[in-house]
Design a protein around this ligand. Sequence first.
Ligand code: 5GP
Length: 125
Amino acid sequence: MAYDENNIFARILRGEIPCKKVYEDDFALAFHDINPQAPVHVLVIPKGPYVSMADFTAHAPEELVVGFMRAVGKTADELGLVEPGYRTLANAGEHAHQEVPHLHIHIFGGKPLGPMLIKGWEGTI
Ligand code: 5GP
């Protein structure tokens, strides 16, 4: 999929749309999700035009890949989630219901998060 320069996260990166910032460095921006699904729900996005994890890891410079992953860890740390625990998740494509076509890692925390996926898929694939 070609990168859409006008997707909502590209516009947040350009400062055209506001966000509740949690962390920022040269490689990444982290901000609160507008529709939180846990007491803490933060999105971390790389500063570059990448649709998905596959696109990012295939095409981004190494410095950005490393810097982005470090930013995810730093964000979780700054949110105070390391000791109680947290979950990271990156949706990609249709089966994962990716809504915004700019790579983003969700960080969920602030309560026990339950099982990783809803049960009941067995036999449906
Ligand atoms: P996806 O389904 O693509 O993995 O997740 C996209 C996430 O972006 C959703 O959790 C949604 O609530 C969040 N989101 C969509 N638009 C905005 C926005 O304008 N600002 C913020 N902060 N989050 C957004």
